[in-house]
Design a protein around this ligand. Structure first.
Ligand code: CP3
Length: 355
């Protein structure tokens, strides 16, 4: 079944091997800023109707690749599939973001949560992975992903939108035993989930720690990084003789890149609040780096976008180990043409950093 990988720039860069230019993909590259996505979603019904139908999830994954010369595809799914499969009842209210019918607030509820079977409750995800992998025909690698235990726990404990994380931080400081039990169960669930994605054909993995940056340095180590490291240790890092690179991304975690680099991952995501030159010093050659243009630059002029791409490339400097990306997901109101300008600029301007 498996085609040889035609464009392996993304895999090589995450493993700090030489490439002819800097590879690029965009977080949330499949989604609402694309009219073809909005149309398919309207026909399908809801976002989860897209995620749970492997053919539709595959179609949505491929949409940005038809428009732009991207160097990687990312599985179209969501980080909240695991808590949903644990029976919490995921739903989305327009304008308010994700919520759960049932929140997790005490040790008894934590103990009762099942570890979802990736070949049962989450089979729609592994089916999507194998469908996408077949349709990509080896053109670019497919990235599988999950949320971090801490980030999933914030959604599960809060149950709905939050401004100050009072419920989840209340449990972390007030009942650390229950919180550790929850994070450990999530880490175990994520390990089997990501290994199943690799088994189904994912060629790289990424862990989104969207809310790690709201923690104190001590709490970050104890409640977020520790469990991401546990996951990295539990992952199968090779399939069919190929290394499966793992990227960790803590939004707002720029100050902690040095300790994150000790986790054993291959690459670290960086948001736009940290310069890549500083990030590169912090990781000291232990990992590659991914990032980090402010997604809001895509509202600026073409010239300004190109200027920012040049600044970021110069900040990282010469040599391998850089995957270009936005510092967080592309916004839904960005014009698709602006993404085109951004991607083209990375193609053109990055060559001289690889000579
Ligand atoms: O990057 C990609 O193209 C792959 C798909 C992907 C989605 N969500 C699709 C999606 C990925 C990797 C995610 C991860 C995700 N989901 C994260 C971590 C990354 C990040 O952005 O920090 C988080 C925190 C979530 C939880 C979540 N799911 C949120 C906050 C939302 C937005 C809700 C809203 O109403 O704005 C979602 C829904 C979601 N996930 C959409 C997409 C394309 C929008 C769904 C829609 O309305 O069509």
């Amino acid at each position: 079944m498996s085609h040889p990988l035609v464009n392996d720039r993304y895999i090589k860069a995450t493993l700090q091997q030489d490439t002819d230019r800097t590879p690029i993909w965009m977080m949330r590259q499949a989604g609402r800023y694309l009219p073809e996505y909005r149309q398919l979603r309207a026909e399908a019904g809801s976002f989860m109707d897209l995620c749970t139908n492997p053919e539709l999830a595959c179609e949505v994954t491929l949409q940005p690749l038809r428009r732009f010369p991207l160097d990687a595809a990312i599985l179209f799914s969501d980080i909240l599939t695991i808590p949903d499969a644990m029976g919490l009842g995921l739903y989305f209210t327009p304008g308010e973001g994700p919520a759960f019918k049932k929140a997790v607030r005490d040790e008894k509820t934590v103990k009762e949560l099942p570890i979802p079977d990736p070949n049962q409750e989450l089979k729609y995800v592994t089916d999507a992975v194998s469908t996408i992998r077949r349709e990509l025909k080896g053109s670019v690698p497919l990235i599988g992903f999950s949320g971090s235990p801490w980030t999933l726990a914030t959604y599960m404990v809060e149950g709905g939108p939050t401004k100050n994380f009072s419920e989840v931080k209340g449990m972390m400081y007030g009942n650390p035993k229950a919180m550790h039990l929850l994070l450990d169960k999530l880490a175990d669930s994520i390990i089997v989930y990501l290994n199943a994605q690799v088994e189904a054909g994912a060629q790289a993995l990424m862990i989104f720690d969207t809310w790690g940056g709201v923690l104190s340095p001590q709490a970050y180590q104890e409640f977020s990084l520790r469990y991401m490291s546990k996951i990295v240790d539990g992952l199968n890092r090779e399939k069919d003789g190929q290394r499966i690179p793992v990227t960790l991304f803590t939004k707002g975690g720029g100050k902690w890149l040095d300790i994150m680099a000790e986790s054993g991952c291959d690459c670290l995501g960086v948001d736009w609040t940290t310069d890549l030159s500083e990030a590169r010093q912090r990781v000291a050659g232990k990992t590659a780096l991914q990032g980090n243009m402010d997604p809001s630059l895509l509202y600026a002029s073409d010239e300004r976008i190109r200027e920012e791409v040049e600044t970021i490339l110069a900040s990282y400097g010469h040599g391998n180990g850089h995957v270009f990306n936005l510092g967080h997901g592309i916004h839904q109101f960005v014009k698709p043409e602006k993404a085109g300008v951004f991607i083209e600029a990375v193609h053109e301007l990055s060559k001289k950093y690889h000579q």
